[in-house]
Design a protein around this ligand. Structure first.
Ligand code: ATP
Ligand code: MG
Length: 420
C-alpha cells in the first residue's frame, strides 16, 4: 500500500470526549473513526488488524473442530421469552425495535438462544452429536458506560462458539480443549503471559464458567493472582472459602486491573431444556443436549493490545497482527534515482507476499518518522541517498528501537525468507 493513496491521515487532535488511551491512539493514527460513544468505524488500517486477529482465532477454533457460520443480527422475541431473557429486568443491554408490519425484534447481543433454536432443524439423534459452531459477529449492546474506547463498545465484534454434546464427558473434553485454544490465541497476540484463567463468580468450582483476564490498567475488572502457582481469582469471589479451596493465602496474591478478553460457560443440560433442544439416545429417549458457550472479544483484544504495546510515540504492533510488517520510508528529496530504487524494493516485497506500507509521500523526514512511530509497524526500512551510497539499508525495530544496517541481500534474506 502506498501511503500517498491512503485516505486516512494521522492527526494530533482527538474528539474532546475521547478519554481512553487505546481509542486516542487508534483515532490519531487513522485506524478507527469515532461515530459516537462506544461506536467506532474500522478504517482500512484498522480492518487489517481486525482481520488478522479474526484469522488467528479462526485457525484455533477450526483446530478444535469448530464450524464457522453467521447468525442474524435481528432476533425473534419469542425464543428469548421462552428462556425468560427477553425482559429488560433480566438482560439489561437489549436494543429492541418495533417492526412496521407489527411485532417486536431484538438486536443480537448474544446468540445461544437463536442458535439452540436453529439446531432443532439439524440435531435429532445422538448420531448427530457433537456439534461445535462459531461465528464472528457484530454484537449490539446497550451498555450503560462506554468509556474504555474500543474495549467496551455498544457495537463490537465478538467470536462466539457454541458446543452441543451428548453428555458431560464429551463436553468437558471440548471445554478443556477450548481453554487451551483460547490460550493459544492470546499467545499468538503476545499477551498470554499476562492473561489468567480466573475463578469467576457463578460456581467456578463446578466448572460453571471461566474468564480469561489480561492485566492492563485500562481494564474494568480486578483480579488477584499468583504467577508461580498460576492462580487467579476475580475480586467478586475473593473470600475465605475460595482461598481455602485453592490452598492459598491472601498475602500470596497480587492485585491487578484486568480486562476480560474471553469467557466460557458450561450450561449443563439446563439451557437446552429451556429451549426444548433434545436428541434421541440409543434407547429412543429424548434428552436435552449438554451445551456450552465460548466468547472472545475481538475488538476488545485489539484495544488491549494497543494498551499494552504502545509508548509515548505511538502503537507498537506485535508482528502477528500488524497491518503491515514493514514500513518502507523513502527520503528521496525529489531524487528520481532514489525514488525508483525505493519503488523497486516495494515491488519486490509485494511480489513476495511481504505486507508493506510504503511512505512515498512528499513530506519532511521528521513527519515521516513521527507518523511511522505512531502507526507502529514492526520494522521500518529507510531508503535515502545515504542508503544508495553506502549500499546499506537502515532497519529499525519499532519494539525496542534497535537499528540494523543491512545490505540488499541481507534485507531479502530477512524479509523474503525462503522466497528470496
Ligand atoms: P463484561 O463483563 O466485560 O461486560 P461480559 O461478561 O458481558 O463482559 P460476554 O457476554 O461473556 O461478556 O462476552 C464475551 C466476550 O466479549 C467478553 O469476554 C469480552 O471479551 C467481549 N465483550 C463483552 N462485552 C463487550 C463490549 N461491550 N465491548 C467489547 N467487547 C465486549
Ligand atoms: Mg457485559
Amino acid at each position: 500500500m502506498k501511503q500517498s493513496r491512503l485516505f486516512t491521515k494521522t492527526r494530533k487532535e482527538v474528539p474532546a470526549d475521547e478519554t481512553s488511551h487505546n481509542a486516542q491512539l487508534l483515532i490519531r493514527a487513522g485506524y478507527v473513526h469515532k461515530e459516537m460513544a462506544g461506536v467506532y468505524a474500522y478504517l482500512p488500517l484498522g480492518i487489517r488488524v481486525l482481520e488478522k486477529i479474526k484469522e488467528i482465532t479462526r485457525q484455533e477454533m477450526n483446530a478444535v473442530g469448530g464450524q464457522e457460520l453467521i447468525m442474524t443480527a435481528l432476533q425473534r422475541k419469542e425464543i428469548w421469552e421462552r428462556t425468560n431473557r427477553w425482559d429488560d429486568s433480566m438482560v439489561d443491554v437489549w436494543f429492541k425495535s418495533e417492526l412496521k408490519a407489527g411485532g417486536e425484534v431484538g438486536f443480537g447481543w448474544s446468540h445461544e438462544e437463536p442458535i439452540g433454536e436453529m439446531m432443532k432443524n439439524y440435531i435429532s439423534s445422538y448420531k448427530d452429536l457433537p456439534v461445535y459452531v462459531y461465528q464472528f459477529q457484530t454484537k449490539l449492546r446497550n451498555e450503560l458506560r462506554a468509556k474504555s474506547g474500543i474495549m467496551r463498545g455498544r457495537e463490537f465484534v465478538m467470536k462466539d462458539m457454541y458446543s452441543f454434546c451428548v453428555g458431560e464427558e464429551d463436553h468437558t473434553a471440548f471445554y478443556n480443549a477450548t481453554m487451551d485454544a483460547y490460550m493459544r490465541v492470546y499467545a499468538r497476540l503476545g499477551i498470554a503471559e499476562d492473561t489468567f484463567i480466573t475463578f469467576a463468580s457463578g460456581g467456578a468450582f463446578t466448572q460453571f464458567s471461566h474468564e480469561f483476564q489480561t492485566i492492563t490498567d485500562a481494564g474494568e475488572d480486578v483480579v488477584y493472582f499468583n504467577r508461580e502457582k498460576n492462580i487467579a481469582i476475580n475480586e467478586e469471589v475473593l473470600n475465605d472459602e475460595t482461598l481455602t479451596k485453592l490452598g492459598i493465602t491472601r498475602d500470596e496474591l497480587q492485585m491487578a486491573k484486568t480486562a476480560e478478553v474471553g469467557n466460557i460457560f458450561n450450561f449443563g443440560r439446563q439451557k437446552a431444556e429451556d429451549i426444548g433442544l433434545t436428541f434421541k439416545d440409543e434407547s429412543g429417549e429424548n434428552i436435552p443436549i449438554w451445551m456450552g458457550s465460548y466468547g472472545i472479544g475481538i475488538t476488545r483484544l485489539m484495544g488491549v493490545v494497543v494498551e499494552k504495546f504502545s509508548d509515548d510515540k505511538g502503537i507498537v504492533w506485535p508482528e502477528s497482527i500488524a497491518p503491515y510488517q514493514v514500513h518502507l520510508v523513502e527520503l528521496s528529496g525529489d531524487n528520481e534515482e532514489i525514488k525508483d530504487f525505493a519503488n523497486g524494493l516495494y515491488n519486490t516485497f509485494n511480489d513476495n507476499g511481504v505486507h508493506v506500507l510504503y511512505d512515498d509521500r512528499d513530506v519532511r523526514a521528521g513527519e515521516k518518522f513521527n507518523d511511522s512511530d505512531l502507526l507502529g509497524m514492526p520494522y521500518r526500512i529507510v531508503v535515502s541517498k545515504k542508503t544508495k551510497e553506502e549500499g546499506k539499508f537502515e532497519v529499525v525495530e519499532r519494539a525496542n528501537g534497535t537499528v540494523h544496517y543491512l545490505t540488499e541481500e541481507e534485507l531479502h534474506h530477512k524479509f523474503l525468507g525462503a522466497n528470496s
